[in-house]
Design a protein around this ligand. Structure first.
Ligand SMILES: *Cc1c(COP(=O)(O)O)cnc(C)c1O
Length: 251
């Protein structure tokens, strides 16, 4: 385990790689990372508390090959202005589980989180979301919602923005996207691809969105012209050192 000690007086100390030792809770335990937990405090003698921690394991990682199906219902809100949704805080995730279970009841894998009266598209499960389309002005655009306080500023999101921005092949935009804009773009065949982004899956194409009783089919390009696979390849090439980049450095 990589351990870096920090204190207010000394700041960061030298990084150490050492065994876990005899920690009673594994540091990778999902309840520590995602607060997928419910603590039931049972009062015992001498004010000692016995905690029971429940950690459900989600169907999180298995959607890369066939594409994601998302369930969009504006009755749930993942994050709100003035809240903590733009920080990776455990508490954000526990409360999203109820919606996640409902998505699964509707035959979907994850929740497409909407926000506000105009059903803004914000995130897909625990991923940022990208839409590659011909926008209202007829321009080819790769768009993702802006960091306005309700979006997690993912490192994959930022990498994709910077990478595709450098290509200069189409417009790369942080902008609001609503369900009605998406629905008209789908009707007018202006959508090329949509995908989620995050460290766990890197890039995950979206195939279906169930919204207001309709199953919206999201198109995808054939394998060779897919933007999602091209981005995934370029990012992996950088991560593995096959493409030199100032994002990597030797340790
Ligand atoms: C982790 C996470 C992301 C993706 O962030 P990365 O830094 O790219 O892994 C996006 N949205 C939510 C809600 C997240 O928890």
């Amino acid at each position: 385990m990589l351990t870096i000690e920090w204190s207010a007086s000394e700041g960061w100390q030298a990084p150490l790689i050492k065994p876990f030792g005899n920690l009673s809770l594994h540091p990778a335990c999902s309840s520590l990372h995602y607060a997928i937990q419910q603590s039931l405090g049972v009062k015992k003698a001498a004010n000692a508390l016995l905690y029971v921690i429940l950690c459900p394991v989600g169907s999180y990682f298995n959607s890369q090959t066939d594409g994601l199906s998302l369930w969009a219902d504006p009755k749930y809100t993942r994050a709100w202005k003035g809240g903590t949704g733009n920080y990776k805080m455990g508490g954000n995730y526990g409360c999203s589980l109820f919606a996640q279970y409902e998505a699964e009841d509707h035959g979907c894998q994850q929740v497409l989180w909407l926000y506000g009266e105009d059903h803004q598209i914000t995130e897909a499960g625990t991923m940022n979301i990208f839409l590659h389309w011909i926008n209202e002005d007829g321009e080819e655009e790769l768009a993702t919602p802006p960091l306005d306080g309700i979006i997690l500023p993912g490192v994959t999101r930022q990498s994709i923005l910077e990478l595709t921005g450098k290509w200069g092949e189409f417009k790369v935009t942080e902008r609001y996207l609503t369900m009605s804009q998406l629905c008209s773009a789908l009707q007018q065949l202006r959508v090329k691809e949509a995908f989620g982004s995050g460290t766990a899956c890197m890039i995950c194409p979206i195939r279906h969105i169930v919204y207001q009783g309709e199953n919206l089919h999201i198109p995808c390009q054939d394998k060779d012209s897919q933007l999602s696979s091209r981005i995934a390849k370029e990012l992996t090439d950088i991560q593995h050192g096959r493409t030199p980049s100032d994002w990597t450095f030797l340790v």
